[in-house]
Design a protein around this ligand. Structure first.
Ligand code: MN
Length: 559
């Protein structure tokens, strides 16, 4: 069902109202393709409807660009469509501020930000549908933008879709990005594989009735036998591993057999192996052992007619839909079952979110694994992800302020920071940032950090830095350890005065003095406590004290 059909079902329903609102809001706006802007949001909503998202999700799809590209605000959205639609649109808008330009560190942060913003999985699905349509119309954009968006798609969105089990979308996104990222390789593939594809297809057409009748004889019910054509992006990856030899790619086109239930899957596999001998090591039971992204299917590769190697995939209709639509398929399933079995649905949802998290936390390097393990505990509770105006993600502790943000950009930016704007509005320097906030820092040359910043900054390293800077400039009194000098001397008139003035001449502050007879040594003992902890200075004072008339020995200790 399309978004429009959903809207027509009930003219006063949420989707219908969102449909009209978005159409009106985007009136007069055109895409670079020449189509109306509304056609973009409608395509996004169509995809969401095809994934069976609920009404809030489809409505948010229709409204996803309203805040960014029209004068309407989030408050308008909330007034018209409620707090849920608002929060979905808000999440999508925030993710839209991210701009990935291919830095390793940014890749991690971007994934983390997405998860932080996409705690409601619908936000991610809307963003994926948005990206899908933008990729389909990428040819109309200027060259430089094409490259950036294609890179972001290949490195962030396609892996994200794959992780969510949405193989169909992941494959499409990779294929759409491929010609922009590897134009020469793409041209090479078109030239060198087209006839191969055609040959393979003719060959499989010939085999198809053989398979169908063998399955029928074994009483395997068949929902569908189709060909799965390998996509260019994944073919290219495989070719690189196989010395660019197309003849070595067995699964250029594979058979895909869809059957009604699990038992049929295994029977079908047996039938195929009876017809043709399987290649050793190529039988994969992803039903008994699903892939980490939830993919379930039986795979086998056999020596078929004329010694030609052919791959087969066997699965049920339900597995098929899950393999194609992943979390979206699950979403429908959950919606359907909710009334009956809400607890179970909850558990499944938790499982998906868990999978997402595992992906977020998956180390890029194995050696980082232990480190990440240690970090895993309440990871997201403690971090937020704010953005620079250029769309770079800045990873900060929860409760971080514009001052923390400024120091993460550069020490000088921190030191010279005088003001901040978040999401284009002025905010105080102690404002608590939230994930997705776009922050701009205002600076003033040669300004120094303010003492009160220490009371609200969240990053310990920033706090340390501010303290250090303030101390150096004398704005913050250093806490100094005290030293007690023990001066043994033969008592005489004026001894105490001479000892005190010797210390005073070194510009050292005397905190207290006491004097009295030292019975053990039968001398006089003067104790002087001073504000000094510099050992060089202490040695100098001790040496001067020793030169005072009548002094026998001097000891110094920290107190
Ligand atoms: Mn959009």
């Amino acid at each position: 069902m399309t978004a429009r059909e959903l809207a027509e079902r009930s003219s006063r329903g949420l989707v219908a109202r969102a449909y009209q609102f978005a159409r009106k809001a985007h009136t007069g706006q055109k895409r670079l393709s020449g189509e109306t802007y509304f056609s973009h949001v409608e395509s996004v909503a169509d995809q969401l409807a095809a994934w069976h998202l609920d009404e809030d999700g489809v409505a948010a799809g229709l409204l996803h660009d309203v805040v960014e590209d029209t004068p309407h605000t989030l408050d308008d959205i909330e007034r018209e469509f409620g707090a849920m639609v608002r929060s979905l649109v808000d999440g999508v808008t925030k993710i839209g501020h991210i701009k990935y330009r291919g830095k390793e560190e940014q890749k991690e942060n971007l994934r983390k930000l997405m998860l932080a913003l996409g705690e409601d999985i619908r936000v991610i699905l809307i963003k994926l549908a948005d990206r899908q349509h933008n990729m389909r119309t990428l040819s109309f954009l200027p060259r430089e933008k094409q490259e950036r968006i294609a890179l972001e798609t290949a490195e962030i969105y396609a892996p994200l879709a794959y992780r969510l089990g949405m193989q169909h979308l992941a494959g499409e996104l990779e294929d759409l990005a491929f010609p922009y990222l590897h134009p020469k390789e793409h041209a090479w593939l078109l030239n060198n594989t087209r006839t191969r594809y055609e040959e393979r297809e003719r060959y499989l057409e010939k085999i198809k009735p053989v398979v169908a009748s063998a399955l029928a004889r074994a009483r395997v019910r068949i929902e569908k036998i189709e060909f799965r054509v390998k996509r260019y992006a994944s073919l290219y990856k495989k070719l690189v591993q196989n010395e660019m030899d197309v003849a070595r790619i067995y699964d250029l086109i594979a058979f895909r057999i869809i059957v009604p239930d699990l038992k049929d899957c295994y029977t079908a596999l047996g039938v195929i192996h009876e017809l043709w001998p399987p290649l050793p090591g190529r039988i994969k039971d992803y039903i008994a052992m699903p892939k980490p992204n939830g993919y379930r299917s039986l795979h086998t590769t056999v020596f078929c007619e004329d010694e030609t190697v052919v791959e087969f995939q066997v699965r049920t209709g339900e597995m098929h839909r899950e393999a194609e639509d992943g979390i979206a398929a699950h979403f429908t399933y959950k919606e359907r079952k909710r009334a009956k079995d809400s607890l179970k649905a909850r558990q499944e949802e938790v499982e998906w979110v868990q999978r997402l998290r595992e992906w977020q936390e998956e180390p890029e390097n194995k050696k980082d694994k232990q480190f990440i393990e240690a970090m895993k505990i309440d990871f997201f509770k403690d971090r937020i992800f704010a953005l620079t105006t250029k769309g770079e993600v800045i990873d900060l502790p929860a409760g971080a302020t514009p001052v923390d943000f400024a120091y993460r950009i550069h020490t000088n930016v921190g030191d010279e920071c005088v003001g901040a704007r978040a999401n284009d509005r002025p905010v105080p320097l102690d404002y608590e940032l939230r994930s997705g906030d776009v922050v701009k820092i205002l600076t003033q040359k040669n300004k120094r950090p303010s003492l009160d910043w220490i009371t609200f900054v969240k990053s310990p390293s920033v706090k340390r830095h501010i303290r250090g800077t303030l101390r150096k400039s004398g704005l913050l009194a250093r806490k100094i350890r005290r030293t007690e000098f023990l001066v043994s001397a033969i008592d005489r008139i004026g001894l105490l005065r001479d000892v005190s003035s010797t210390i005073s001449r070194t510009r050292t502050n005397i905190v207290s003095t006491s004097s009295g007879p030292d019975r053990r040594r039968e001398t006089h003992l003067i104790k002087v406590r001073c504000d000094v902890d510099d050992e060089v200075k202490i040695a100098r004072i001790a040496a001067r004290l020793k030169a005072v008339k009548g002094v026998i020995r001097v000891e110094a200790r920290f107190v």
